[in-house]
Write a protein that binds this ligand. Structure first.
Ligand code: 5GP
Length: 214
């Protein structure tokens, strides 16, 4: 049997700049990015089959019942899930695959794929997060507030991740992600466990406190 690729899960608060980061990472390096299914409405400029497979609730529930998803979760009133087929094909072909999903999904993936590398992306500050969400202009204030509340809840799970990347300068963050994934992939081939070689506890505590205060 050939070598299996590494499965990397990237999570981060809504507005942490994950979308831009993933786009830049994929333009520069070769990874397979899984396209999720969702029941949320497309944002302006989003295309079916590119950002997401946009489904009705019935279509999504049909995929659940046919066991066609690796994981799925509800996020601020909508379903989001990872189709199985693409991920399994890519991994079996030895390709490194990235899932960009929220925390519940990430933790479920880790249960099914214990070798998966879990990376959390956080903005330099919680205030920056809110201003990015407002600046994006694609959500109303009610949704933004729900997403901020969700961020505060999600921050409680940051310590379940293998690595935390601060998305301050895009180019640097892209390199940091690629280096981390490549290091984890090499360790996996050698049968060794990933070690971040960094202590994230102060960063986690600071982020949790800032989000509580917003
Ligand atoms: P957005 O609506 O901003 O595109 O995504 C909302 C959240 O859903 C983000 O945190 C994103 O990472 C997450 N998400 C996207 N696709 C999936 C998926 O397939 N599964 C899970 N569990 N979360 C997803």
């Amino acid at each position: 049997m050939g070598k299996q690729g590494i499965l990397t899960v990237v999570s981060g608060f809504s507005g942490a700049g994950k979308g831009t980061l993933m786009k830049a990472l994929l333009e520069k390096y070769e990874y397979g990015l899984s396209i999720s299914a969702t029941t949320r409405a497309p944002r302006e400029g989003e295309q079916n089959g590119r950002e997401y497979f946009f489904l009705t609730k019935e279509q999504f529930e049909d995929m659940i019942s046919k066991n066609e998803l690796i994981e799925y979760a509800q996020y601020v009133g909508n379903y989001y899930g990872t189709p199985k087929k693409y991920v399994q094909q890519q991994l079996d072909a030895g390709k490194n695959v990235i899932l960009e999903i929220e925390i519940q999904g990430a933790l479920n993936v880790k249960k099914m794929f214990p070798d998966a590398l879990l990376i959390f992306v956080t903005p330099p500050s919680a205030a920056e997060l809110k201003s990015r969400l407002v600046g994006r202009g694609t959500e109303d204030m009610e949704t933004i507030n729900k997403r901020m509340k969700r961020a505060a809840e999600e921050s409680q799970f940051m310590n379940s991740y293998d690595y935390i990347a601060v998305n301050d300068k895009l180019d640097e963050c892209v390199e940091e992600l690629n280096d981390t994934i490549q290091r984890a992939a090499s360790l996996l081939v050698e049968g060794k466990k990933f070690d971040a070689e960094k202590d994230f506890s102060e960063l986690i505590e600071k982020t949790q406190k800032e989000l509580e205060l917003l």
